[in-house]
Design a protein around this ligand. Sequence first.
Ligand SMILES: [Zn+2]
Length: 280
Amino acid sequence: MFGTRESTVTNPSEELHALVEGRRVAVLTGAGVSTDSGIPDYRGPDSPPRNPMTFQQFVGDPVFRQRYWARNHIGWRHMDAARPNAGHRAVASLERKGTVLGVITQNVDLLHTKAGSRRVIDLHGSYAQVRCLTCENRISRFTLHERLSAANPGFAERAHNVTGLEVAPDADAVVTDTSDFVVVDCDRCGGMLKPDIVYFGEIVPRSRVDAAFELVDEADVLLVAGSSLAVQSGLRFVRRAVARDIPVAIVNRGPSRGDTHATVKVDAGTSEMLGALAGS
Ligand SMILES: [Zn+2]
């Protein structure tokens, strides 16, 4: 009886291989692909609950902003030091082989680019850039680090003495006392600086959305990896694939909001599953 069942029922990872084989794939990734690089996914099934910052909190509350920059001053270096994992490397390898056309990512960690992916759409921006909300001047996070270090001598050293330093997906870090932290403004116009990251309550720039739609429109399959598609900014690409009548494959630990649209759903980690797909 068992033998009969096994001969008729294929497992989801085999279905995924069959679906991707010989097709052009657009990849959409979320926080789940970066957890094996040491960047926690605050929406994953095993993660502690966390309230992500909103744009309104950032611009509206100076105390909140001070705490944000103090934590980011420590946390961004951890994100900068993170290295791509097997999942990122697999996506880059599949692009070189011509299977993957490009990747749309909701992550701000630049790990796809660091892994060698060439066509990457950083939907929510990146931790490595900072922009002025008044004059739109952009500077590197490293340049800001030098200015913040000069304005806050000894702060990083004190923070490192706090045990159990935790880093969040938006390059935040948990630091206890931030009340004496000095925030710096744009050195061109004195405007408010903000990481060039799309926060809750902000919209993704139109040009990026268009570039991502273009990628989905060129593809035969949309592969979603490591995203629960909790936010509309990602789910819309699944809707686009459905509207175009191309199959959607989802690799994610736990349920996702796209599951009802998925031709194949693999409930698994992305490092192992994408690695297997790339034949590594
Ligand atoms: Zn400015």
